[in-house]
Ligand binder design. Structure first.
Ligand code: NAI
Ligand code: MG
Length: 350
């Protein structure tokens, strides 16, 4: 029996995850689902954002369908008890070092991007973001310094093996796509980036079909809005990838459109699938959230963890067809509720 752990989280997480699950049940009947609280919901249920039973379920499952976390009621708690701590722990406990974030534009949305249609037309990028290292996991702390001033620090570090395994995902991905890999770093000022660039460069000879380029992250941010279609696959560290993928989402029309997969192996292994957006407290509980990012994350789940490309494409085609009918949630200028948008996608399944 294939077990799907459903960790809907808090904020809009449960709203969008319900729609993703509904589509998944329709496309792949017979999967076993188990729900568990995480984030703010975990804290409310058991006093910890990642209850032991939730982590245990995630470890036992064939795939995790994740919503979002970040209930602002708990943001003043100590770091380990804040909702976001659960996400970092899940990623590292499950060894999910590779975060795959495709940013594609659905034809129906090309004229609705905040960028000009000719700039985003044909957008098809995959951002491969390292997920278990960098400043998010480096040594961190706060103290009062000698001058009596409060200071904080977060150590950026990567070793060669961490870089090699994420770059391998980038090269393999590029090999299967348009053969272009852009490694994004800040090698002009950061030692971490220098190691990063050297390791990635040393791997290029093993991938003769892939053209490797390097770009500084500040330039990459500029290029992402100037001419985003120049990119095929981008491989980068945790922090840069976090920022660039939110930016890429606007090239695709809305942050409510972008799914992601967090993996520890290329395919056929467990993974965690979630929209790139957060818990959106400003619209939570109002039925306004766009469920497409969550639904498209379910498609990635089917593709990577269940090795079922046909069903993945079926879900993606249904989202495209739903958008073709003009169906839109508020983030895309429409007035459909989360549920109604899910209904349209459901009807568009063929
Ligand atoms: P956010 O992604 O939650 O929201 C940013 C903006 O986009 C808001 O205006 C929101 O309404 C809108 N938005 C996001 N998803 C949407 C959707 N599906 N449909 C329509 N509009 C949508 O980022 P923000 O506000 O910076 O963070 C809120 C909380 O979420 C914080 O506690 C943050 O730490 C957490 N967070 C959690 C993530 C996760 O669970 N993976 C990722 C990013 C942030
Ligand atoms: Mg982010």
């Amino acid at each position: 029996m294939t077990l799907i752990a459903v960790l809907a989280g808090d904020g809009i997480g449960p709203e969008v995850t319900a729609e993703a699950r509904r589509i998944l049940e329709a496309v792949r009947p017979g999967l076993d689902y188990q729900e568990a609280p995480v984030g703010g919901a975990g804290y409310l249920a058991s006093g910890h954002p990642l209850p032991e039973a939730t982590l245990d379920l995630a470890k036992r499952s064939d795939a995790v369908l994740f919503g979002a976390i970040g209930d602002p009621r708990f943001e003043k708690l100590e770091r380990a008890l804040r909702p976001e701590a659960a996400l970092l722990s899940l990623r590292s406990e499950l060894g999910l070092f590779a975060n795959i974030r495709p940013a594609t534009i659905f034809p129906a949305l090309a004229s609705e991007s905040t960028l000009k249609p000719e700039v985003v037309d044909g957008l098809d990028i995959v951002i491969v973001r390292e997920l278990t290292g960098d400043v998010y996991f480096g040594e961190k702390g706060q103290r009062t310094n000698a001058a009596g001033l409060r200071e904080g620090h977060d150590l950026m570090r990567y070793d060669e093996s961490e870089i090699r395994r994420i770059a391998t995902v980038g090269f393999e991905m590029a090999k299967r796509r348009k053969g272009k890999l852009c490694s994004v770093d800040k090698a002009n000022v950061l030692e971490t980036s220098q190691v990063w660039r050297d390791v990635v460069t040393s791997m290029a000879a093993d991938y003769p079909d892939v053209t490797l380029t390097h770009m500084y992250v500040d330039n990459a941010a500029m290029q992402m809005v100037r001419a985003p279609t120049q990119f095929d696959v981008i491989v980068t560290g945790n922090l840069f990838g976090d920022i660039l993928s939110d930016q890429a989402s606007m090239c695709a029309g809305s942050i409510g459109m972008l799914p992601s997969a967090s993996l520890r192996a290329w395919s056929g292994d467990t993974g965690m699938y979630e929209p790139i957006h957060g818990s959106a407290p400003d619209i939570a509980g109002q039925g306004k959230a766009n469920p497409c990012a969550a639904i498209l994350s379910a498609a990635m789940l089917v593709r990577h963890s269940l090795d079922d490309e046909a069903s993945a494409q079926r879900i993606e085609a249904a989202v495209a067809a739903a958008l073709d009918t003009g169906a839109r949630t508020a983030d895309l200028g429409g007035n459909l509720s989360t549920r109604e948008m899910g209904d349209v996608v459901m009807r568009a399944l063929v």
